[in-house]
Design a protein. Structure first.
Length: 114
């Protein structure tokens, strides 16, 4: 059973940084593309970043240049470095495989506010 445990969220001022982590289990992590999604109140869940098993990355236009996805296959962990944060980045952030198949984790809340 796929499991994802996201962590690292919190309250940060505009322009600040956070690093999210996601510990994955229940599948062959090193062979799987991974992704980060976010869901703001009243909005649908949206894809923000993907990384292939070989480390190639792709970002949504709204986060390109500010968020960086990376992975550590030895630790079965995917990361999201978030810089130059904006209030519109406020959301619950989730990780999953790409494409996402199966249940989701609880996510981690990111709030960008002064």
């Amino acid at each position: 059973q796929l499991q994802f445990v996201e962590s690292g969220g919190g309250l940060v001022q505009p322009g600040g940084s956070l690093r999210l982590s996601c510990a994955a289990s229940g599948f062959t992590f090193s062979s799987s593309a991974m992704s980060w999604y976010r869901q703001a109140p009243g909005n649908q869940r949206e894809l923000v970043a993907r990384i292939t098993r070989d480390g190639k990355t792709n970002y949504s236009d709204s986060v390109k240049g500010r968020l960086t996805i990376s992975r550590d296959n030895a630790k079965n962990t995917v990361y999201l470095q978030m810089n130059s944060l904006k209030p519109e980045d406020t959301a619950v952030y989730y990780c999953h495989t790409w494409p996402p198949i199966g249940s989701w984790g609880r996510g981690t809340q990111v709030t960008v506010s002064s």
